[in-house]
Design a protein around this ligand. Structure first.
Ligand SMILES: *[C@@H]1O[C@H](CO)[C@@H](O)[C@H](O)[C@H]1NC(C)=O
Ligand SMILES: *[C@@H]1O[C@H](CO)[C@@H](O)[C@H](O)[C@H]1NC(C)=O
Length: 370
């Protein structure tokens, strides 16, 4: 009886919470609570003294694009109940590339459903349809298996276990292994508004980088003195060596941020993120150098396509592609990938070297993708 009162009180208090409804106008965790008194008919609440624990041994998981990943989540009761309980599980997420409006702090960004499961029944949603399942390797294992990972699957996933009114959850961050690269338009620097930057990255088989991805790239040594859009609608750039014109000498190394900019009106470069690719990028062996149109055709004759910039970066970073020959890429730029720096192959650090966008009649080699 006491516990029933406690539950009623809890519901009552929730309804009284100031602004509870205003803040979550459409809050709905996917389940109906009509059976909250799922007792044994004698008016008892099962939850007398039983606690539900939900845990994940990993708070962050990183994986490769196209592969499968497991986001761990387990639950158990303390003490173990004698009869099996009707437990429901909901996985939801906040995409890493969600644009955070300045007026909504990240904490209240809307979670959307990935899958819900009750007993043997389960349903998945949106772009996760048919790609997700629960692992269920042991009782209480509600780990989420995602197949065919896509670039835009990164973000924060929440595993929520619901038993009557008890409701516990943990979150697991999913990151993709990959590489961030700065990108500017053939039409010049600071040409992209937010949507143009999104499209430009996509055209290079990449996505706009998230803040976390750019931060990781900075930790790994990326220093770039041109501001670029990120997936959250902010404009930033990573500086290792503070200097004039790049935020000044007096600022510590770090990400310089212009904050949220107007997504239509303001123009910058882009920071793109490229993850592992299914195919291979290779340097086309060809007896002569080629102009741009010849380069495109030469790859096609070789049964492939001219490589895109994101593919070249991924091949350089994740597969160690190293070649000291400048080659055309699909966007009309000319670059080459160096993993082992050496004389006459550019600066002393590994990197993808660029020659910008030369006139299309000039002759170079070409990188193809198959
Ligand atoms: C994520 O990427 C896939 C493949 O590129 C695309 O089909 C899907 O629409 C994207 N989803 C979202 C939410 O942008
Ligand atoms: C490249 O060379 C071919 C001849 O091999 C010529 O027809 C074509 O116009 C040239 N393309 C460019 C962009 O100069």
């Amino acid at each position: 009886m006491l516990s029933l009162l406690r539950h009623l009180l809890a519901v009552f208090l929730y309804l009284l919470l100031p602004g509870a409804h205003g803040r979550f106008p459409n809050y709905n965790n996917g389940f109906h609570y009509h059976d909250i008194s799922n007792g044994n008919g004698n008016g008892e609440i099962f939850f007398n003294g039983v606690r539900l624990h939900v845990e994940s041994p990993q708070l962050a998981v990183s994986a490769s694009r196209g592969s499968s990943v497991i986001l761990p989540c387990h639950f158990h009761y303390e003490p173990e109940p004698n009869t099996p309980r009707r437990t429901r599980v909901k996985w939801s997420w906040i995409p890493a590339n969600t644009i955070s409006e300045p007026v909504f702090p990240v904490a209240t960004a809307r979670e959307t459903e990935v899958m819900v499961a009750m007993g043997k029944r389960q349903r998945s949603y949106g772009s996760f349809k048919g790609r997700v399942r629960l692992r269920r390797s042991v009782p209480g294992d509600m780990s989420l298996v995602i197949n065919e990972l896509q670039l835009n699957d990164t973000g924060r996933y929440r595993c929520e276990v619901i038993d009557g009114l008890e409701d516990e959850s943990v979150t697991v961050d999913l990151e993709l292994r990959g590489v961030v690269f700065p990108y500017f338009s053939q039409k010049g620097r600071y040409h992209f508004n937010f949507f143009g930057a999104q499209q430009a990255c996509q055209d290079q088989d990449a996505t706009l980088a998230t803040f976390e991805q750019l931060f990781t790239a900075w930790e790994e040594g990326l220093d770039w003195c041109n501001a670029g859009w990120l997936a959250d609608g902010t404009v930033q750039y990573p500086i290792i060596v503070p200097r004039d014109g790049c935020g000044g000498n007096n600022l510590a190394p770090g990400l310089r941020s212009y904050g949220q900019r107007h997504r239509l009106l303001h123009r910058y470069d882009a920071f793109c993120f490229s993850a592992s690719i299914k195919g291979t990028v290779y340097f086309l062996k060809h007896p002569t150098k080629l102009n741009f149109t010849e380069a495109v055709e030469a790859c096609v004759r070789d049964g492939s396509q001219i490589a895109r910039v994101g593919q070249l970066y991924a091949a350089w970073r994740l597969m160690g592609l190293d070649r000291c020959d400048a080659g055309w890429l699909a966007d009309g730029s000319v670059r080459y990938p160096i993993t082992v720096p050496r004389a006459n192959c550019g600066p002393p650090d590994p990197g993808v070297r660029g020659f910008g966008f030369p006139p299309a009649h000039l002759k170079f080699s070409v990188y193809c993708y198959r």
